[in-house]
Design a protein around this ligand. Structure first.
Ligand SMILES: C[C@H](O)[C@H](O)[C@H]1CNC2=NC(N)=NC(=O)C2=N1
Length: 121
């Protein structure tokens, strides 16, 4: 039984479910404290900094692999030294547990890229 969101996998979201309300989103974000609620809690976003373009591009590549494996996809803007990742469940135009699962997994990718053990930023 997974105990943390990062150990869970995204469930196929077929729509028809209500988006998380602000309180529930806030509660789940306790596991992804570096992410910000945006657009009246319909989206979450986090900015990441890197030493150059190549590091940012590699981070984006790894997120792409994760997204394909999980079947849940972020929006990403990136360039020299930065990447901004946004998560929303498009089908419900709001937040789903899948979005926070992805956030926790993306945090682990970033931690690993900085040579930190997962779970410590
Ligand atoms: C069929 C496929 O699982 C769905 O279209 C998935 C793909 N990835 C997705 N990603 C996001 N962020 N929101 C979705 O609603 C979504 N739907």
């Amino acid at each position: 039984m997974p105990t943390t969101l990062a150990e869970k996998t995204c469930t196929p979201c077929r729509g028809g479910v209500p988006p998380l309300d602000h309180a529930k989103a806030e509660a789940l974000l306790a596991e992804a404290p570096d992410w910000s609620l945006m657009d009246e809690a319909r989206r979450i976003e986090r900015g990441f900094r890197f030493g150059n373009f190549r590091e940012a591009a590699e981070f984006v590549r790894q997120i792409g692999e994760l997204a394909e494996a999980e079947g849940h996809h972020p929006d990403i803007a990136f360039g020299w030294g930065y990447a901004t990742v946004s998560l929303q469940t498009k089908k419900i135009r709001g937040l789903h547990e899948n979005d926070v699962i992805m956030a926790t997994k993306i945090d682990r990718i970033f931690s690993r890229s900085r040579g930190l053990p997962a779970g410590r930023m």
